[in-house]
Design a protein around this ligand. Structure first.
Ligand SMILES: [Zn+2]
Ligand SMILES: [Zn+2]
Length: 121
C-alpha cells in the first residue's frame, strides 16, 4: 500500500461581490473576494486546509486589498454581505503617482494638463 499525498496552495473565489465607488480610482466598480490557502491532500482529496488568507480585488482598476481573517471567514460562510472601506488594507493599488513631464509637479491621474505650468501630458 502506498500513499499519494501532497501539499499545495490554491486560490479560491468566494461567492461575494459588492458594488462600490472605488476608493482607489473613484470609478464605479465591484469588489470580489477570494482566499488563498495551503492544503494537505491524500489521494488528491484535500484533507485539511491552513494558512488561509482573504483578499478583495476591485474590478475597475484591479487594486488588491487584504481583509481580516474574521471578516473573510464571515464572507466565506455567506454571513457577511458588505465590506466597509475601513476593512480594506491596500496591498497593491496599482496607482502610480504621475509627475508633469515639464516641471515635475505631481498630477492627478485624470488631469490632461499640468495645473502648474499648463504643459499637456
Ligand atoms: Zn478602482
Ligand atoms: Zn508642469
Amino acid at each position: 500500500m502506498f500513499f499519494v499525498f501532497g501539499i499545495s496552495s490554491k486560490e479560491k473565489k468566494l461567492d461575494f461581490t459588492q458594488t462600490i465607488i472605488c476608493p482607489n480610482c473613484d470609478a464605479y466598480g465591484r469588489l470580489e473576494a477570494f482566499m488563498t490557502y495551503t492544503f494537505f491532500s491524500l489521494f488528491f482529496i484535500p484533507i485539511f486546509k491552513w494558512n488561509k488568507k482573504y483578499y478583495v480585488r476591485s474590478t475597475c482598476c484591479g487594486s488588491l486589498y487584504a481583509i481580516d481573517k474574521d471578516l473573510g471567514n464571515d464572507i466565506e460562510r455567506g454571513s457577511k454581505s458588505k465590506i466597509e472601506e475601513s476593512d480594506l488594507h491596500p496591498i497593491d493599488t496599482g496607482y502610480r503617482q504621475r509627475f508633469c513631464t515639464n516641471c515635475n509637479f505631481p498630477i492627478e491621474p485624470e488631469f490632461q494638463y499640468c495645473p502648474r505650468c499648463g504643459n499637456k501630458q
